[in-house]
Design a protein around this ligand. Structure first.
Ligand SMILES: NC(=O)C1=CN([C@@H]2O[C@H](COP(=O)(O)OP(=O)(O)OC[C@H]3O[C@@H](n4cnc5c(N)ncnc54)[C@H](O)[C@@H]3O)[C@@H](O)[C@H]2O)[C@H](O)CC1
Ligand SMILES: [K+]
Length: 523
């Protein structure tokens, strides 16, 4: 297989500890000796460490401490210690365990025979410039307590540059939970396949920058364990780009690119409607209509001159009372409803739920939905429904699920199964769940954690959907695209303006620039 295609495919795959073990068992039964695989893997890590060290201006005069655990994560660390030693680095080994797995023990003995220094007291590592964490990998099976916990806590207080092998020691491979305590890494080199922990939010602050080290696991072995269409997937740039309605047909016109209706805003939250409109603008939507309370129509018209702004009767407090007579829901390929509505706009949700096109419900539409028996309401819909809750909104919608389950990925999947809706559970690792599959957006930025970001996303999803509906393609892939694109815009904006400089309006201005590097110009 072409190496680029392989890399692309691997970036999409996610495994649990059990699945990794099963895949590993298959390759061991096929004939590769465990020791040979460890050499190969640790050799690749050593190569990557050399480039990483030079990026970090770490040279052979710096001292590198190697933390060695009892299992094969520790074995990897010892092979790395040996390779770095041969390359001329100043390494020192520390292994606070009386018992080690046989192969790990053999590598420890060999390292000693070579004269690599070993220390017996954690304090001796305090003079190191870098620490390589090989205490535990995916074999961590219980809480870390006692002396090992103290060692990890001590290391964390030093603020050294730490590179973890496979996972930061102490992180649960599947849930990302901290099992008592965990190493706070600056960099984590995940081995072979992405473990679920990297897509969970709880462990993110411990993982640092994460990178996958491919060690040539045959794709057939991966497929044998995960199946042809795995349930859990990572969104990759090429998957996201592939679903965009590009290039446009040469004879395209506005109606071919679809018509979106956004129902949003109130006197209190005018900006939410504008931000959703600007999100939709970046999608390239053919026709954009925005229904708002009458009194804010002039503001919307000046912010979005290309859109058709429809003023609606409003309540005393300036929320939409009912949709204007001129709105015929059959005219749109998608309706996005919610940003800035306020709960007073509750009568309009009943009407939106009757629409025969895909609908996106966000913000106040979700708060209103929470009071309407969400399971029944959503599962009664015939056309696709996309809901975009953050965790707080999700809790209000599905309190029954939260009582039984903590894992966000599982929660989103359960909600999708029970409602038939596409659940976009927003956060640092947004997951998009349908009844059959879950996709996770693996890259984002905390810069997006501020008011208005979600309104932009709702508009963007809304604007991307109509051409997909007209082309009769499945809707979920474009939802993934919108989530990925939105966070790429945040990442680019944060890079150019710092993490403080990404207000929601600025974010809308980065949507197109974030896409440009990924799009081939029409030749
Ligand atoms: N994926 C692969 O194909 C390869 C993985 N490699 C590396 O091996 C580890 C997994 O190795 P394993 O020996 O199964 O597990 P660990 O090293 O993570 O540790 C298990 C070891 O630790 C003991 N233990 C577990 N929990 C605790 C605890 N809380 N306190 C104390 N001790 C604990 C347990 O009893 C075992 O003895 C993987 O991550 C990779 O780094 C291969 O090198 C290459 C192929
Ligand atoms: K580790």
């Amino acid at each position: 297989m072409n190496p680029q295609l392989r890399t692309e495919k691997l970036q999409q795959i996610v495994v649990t500890a059990e699945q990794m073990r099963n895949i590993e068992d298959r390759i061991f039964s096929a004939g590769i000796p465990v020791a040979a695989l460890m050499e190969k893997v640790a050799g690749k890590i050593s190569q990557r460490l050399q480039t990483l060290f030079s990026e970090q201006q770490i040279n052979r005069y710096h001292k590198i401490g190697i933390l060695v655990g009892p299992g094969h994560n520790g074995g990897d660390a010892l092979v790395i210690a040996r390779e770095l030693y041969f390359l001329g680095y100043y390494v020192i080994i520390y292994s606070p365990f009386s018992k080690r797995k046989e192969l790990t023990e053999a590598h420890a003995n060999y390292a000693v025979s070579l004269g690599i220094p070993v220390c017996s007291n954690i304090e001796e590592l305090q003079t190191c410039d870098v620490l390589i964490d090989g205490l535990f990998g995916f074999g961590l099976e219980r809480f870390i307590i006692g002396e090992i916990a103290t060692i990890i806590n001590t290391i964390n207080t030093w603020n050294k540059f730490v590179v973890s092998i496979d996972l930061p020691s102490g992180i649960h491979t599947d849930t990302g939970e901290i099992l008592g305590t965990a190493i706070r890494a600056d960099f984590t080199l995940c081995l072979g396949l992405w473990k679920q922990a990297f897509l969970q939010e709880v462990g993110l602050d411990y993982i640092g920058i994460a990178e996958l080290i491919d060690f040539d696991i045959p794709l057939t072995d991966i497929t044998a364990i995960l199946g042809e269409s795995p349930i859990l997937n990572r969104i990759t740039p090429s998957i996201a780009i592939h679903s965009l309605p590009l290039p446009r047909l040469a004879n395209s016109h506005k109606y071919k690119n679809g018509h979106l209706l956004i129902i949003a805003g109130s006197q209190q939250y005018t900006g939410a409607a504008i931000l959703a409109g600007l999100g939709a603008r970046a999608s390239g939507i053919g026709m954009l209509s925005i229904a708002v309370p009458n009194s804010i129509k002039p503001l919307l018209s000046s912010a979005l001159p290309e859109a058709l702004i429809i003023g609606c009767p409003e309540t005393e407090n300036g929320a939409i009372l009912k949709l204007s007579e001129e709105i015929d829901l059959r005219r749109y390929q998608t309706i996005a409803c919610g940003p800035g509505l306020t709960p007073e706009a509750h009568p309009i949700l009943d009407r939106v739920l009757t629409a025969n096109c895909p609908i996106i419900l966000d913000a106040d539409a979700l708060n209103i939905l929470a009071k309407l028996n969400p399971f029944f309401t959503l599962s009664s819909r015939q056309s696709p429904t996309i809901i975009t809750p953050h965790f707080g909104e999700f809790k209000r919608l599905f309190p029954e699920l939260i009582e039984l389950e903590k894992n966000k990925i599982t929660l989103a999947k359960q909600a999708a199964e029970l409602t038939g809706a596409i659940i976009v559970l927003k956060g640092a690792r947004t997951c998009i769940a349908t009844p059959n599959q879950v996709w996770i957006n693996p890259d984002s930025t905390p810069a997006l954690g501020r008011g208005g970001s979600g309104d932009v996303l709702t508009g963007l999803i809304g604007g991307l959907l109509p051409p997909i509906i007209l082309a009769e393609k499945p809707v979920e892939s474009i939802v993934n695209t919108a989530v990925w694109w939105h966070s790429q815009a945040g990442i680019l904006a944060a890079r150019e303006r710092t993490e403080l400089g990404v207000d929601a309006y600025t974010l809308t201005q980065y949507l197109i620039p974030a896409l440009i590097p990924f799009i081939k110009p029409r030749s």
